[in-house]
Structure formats: C-alpha cells, structure tokens
Write a protein that binds this ligand. Structure first.
Ligand SMILES: O=P(O)(O)O[C@@H]1[C@H](O)[C@H](OP(=O)(O)O)[C@@H](O)[C@H](O)[C@H]1O
Ligand SMILES: [Zn+2]
Ligand SMILES: [Zn+2]
Length: 223
C-alpha cells in the first residue's frame, strides 16, 4: 500500500530496531510539516497511533518526534496539539499506556507545553489538562523553563485580495492570483515571477516569492 514520504520517515524513526533516537530524520519529519508536504492533523494522528504501540521503543521514539514537532513546527502543530480533543487523547494515553517512561515523559511534556502556551488563550486546554490531572493525583516533574523555548518560525498564512498587492492590477479569468511564500501576500504573475529557498521557515526547495521578498533574500543576512 502507498506510503507517503512522511509515513516512511515516521516508520524509520520509530523502528523498534533503533538503539537510539535518529535525530536527523526526526528533524526531517519536522521539515516535511513546516514545508506543508503533509497536513499537521494527518501527521499528528500518525504520531499518536505510534504512541499507542505495545512496543516500548516505538512508543518512546514517537513521543520524541511529537516533542520535536511541537518545538520546531510552530503554530502549524500548536493549533492541533493545543486543542481539547488532542489533550483528551493524551490524557487517555497517560492513563492506559503500559510504558512507565512514556507516561512520565508525557506528563513532563504536558507541563512544558502548558508553560510555553501560558499567554496564549486559544491553547488553554493544555493548562486545563494539567490542572485536571493534578486534581486526579498525578505528580508532574519539576518544570525546566529552558525546555519551553520553541523556535516557531513558520511561513505566514496566505492573504486574499481582488488585486495584486504590489501593482494593484485586478484579478480575473486572465490575470491569475499567486501567493508569495515569504510574506503570504497575493500577487499577479509579473510581481511574483521569482523563486527562492526560505531556510528561516524550513523551506529548502525554491518556492514562489514576490519581488520585495526576493530582493530581501538576496541581501546578506543581517543578524
Ligand atoms: O491556478 P489558479 O486557479 O490561479 O489558482 C491559484 C494558484 O493555485 C496559486 O498557486 P501559486 O501561488 O503556486 O501560483 C495560488 O497562490 C492561488 O491562491 C490560486 O488561486
Ligand atoms: Zn502585480
Ligand atoms: Zn513577499
């Protein structure tokens, strides 16, 4: 049966034959999500399935993939993880997993995520879950604030408009819309004819960008 690149990578990093975590491939999985080669919902469901594996190695490695995705894929993944349904499934796994190390790591991650999302109301389900589980008698490990620093540079969402953001030409049957992957604005073909990689967003292959973003990409990085 056809397996997407993402699924092949996930199978590889959660193999019970691995003696230690395969970090390069785990980061490659994050890139496939950041580059939108795979839908975050699909990716997280596949990871959650592995979390329920009877094999302790597969379950633990999939947990490391989940931790890495939350750290590196930003809002794309946070919008899935920070929801009530996802949190309820995590609670269920903590309650039912036969693997003590998976349970402890999940408690640690829940607390870290709750701290990282403490100022983002839309992800309040995470803190709510921690509070409920504390009330149920679960003990959480000491919080390491350094673990809660996420690099969440993901490409911006796409704007819409009835005219080009740069030259204001009106879109129609002939004048088609195109989006710049760097700023997310909508442009005509002439104003978005360039392409370049966007390493800061984890996009390693050249993608369509507008004139202004192309010019910016050509300047030396001002750190
Ligand atoms: O092919 P069309 O029917 O014009 O549809 C447009 C293309 O898919 C554009 O892709 P592109 O940015 O990669 O060109 C996309 O940015 C626009 O939002 C779509 O409206
Ligand atoms: Zn234009
Ligand atoms: Zn742009």
């Amino acid at each position: 049966m056809f397996k997407s690149n993402f699924e092949k990578l996930l199978d590889k990093v959660t193999s019970n034959l691995l003696l230690e975590a395969d970090w390069p491939t785990t980061l490659e999985i994050c890139d496939t999500i950041r580059q939108k080669d795979v839908q975050p919902k699909f990716a997280l469901n596949a990871i959650k399935k592995k979390l329920n594996s009877p094999n302790p190695h597969t379950a633990m490695y999939s947990l490391l993939v989940l931790e890495c995705c939350v750290k590196n894929c930003g809002q794309l993944v946070h919008d899935e993880v920070g929801t009530k349904p996802f949190m309820e499934q995590i609670r269920e796994i903590i309650k039912t997993t036969p693997h003590e190390n998976v349970k402890n790591k999940l408690l640690e991650l829940l607390q870290t995520w709750a701290f990282a999302f403490r100022a983002i109301p839309k992800y309040c389900a995470v803190q709510d879950t921690v509070n409920i589980m504390k009330a149920e008698g679960y003990t959480f490990p000491a919080l390491k604030e350094s673990d809660a620093m996420f690099s969440s540079d993901v490409a911006p969402g796409w704007e819409d408009s009835d005219c080009c953001h740069r030259c204001r030409v009106k879109f129609g049957m002939v004048q088609r819309k195109h989006h710049c992957r760097a700023c997310g604005q909508v442009f005509c073909a002439q104003c978005s004819s360039r392409s370049c990689t966007l390493p800061k967003f984890g996009i390693e292959k050249p993608v369509r960008v507008c004139e202004a973003c192309f010019e910016k990409s050509q300047k030396p990085q001002t750190n």
